[in-house]
Design a protein. Structure first.
Length: 76
């Protein structure tokens, strides 16, 4: 009889541990989803920032090119 009780207690402990593991996996999944959304928003902002930087660089390149052309004309 004692071995049967020990076995049942052992099964109960195993089930409790399995439930804890399941709950932890659920929580990890939720955290992963949350941080994935945050990272995607941050990547979108970085992408937008890079586009703005590219546009700004294009403007400066055009200005430098026109200044360079004026200098070349003056040196001729």
């Amino acid at each position: 009889m004692l071995k049967q009780e020990e076995f049942e207690n052992f099964l109960i402990e195993i089930n409790e541990l399995l439930n804890e593991i399941r709950q932890e996996q659920i929580n990890l999944g939720k955290n992963i989803d949350k941080y994935h959304k945050v990272n995607m928003r941050n990547f979108a902002k970085l992408n937008e920032f890079n586009k703005i930087c590219d546009m700004t660089n294009q403007v400066f390149e055009k200005r430098f090119l026109s200044i360079e052309e004026v200098i070349k004309e003056k040196l001729k």
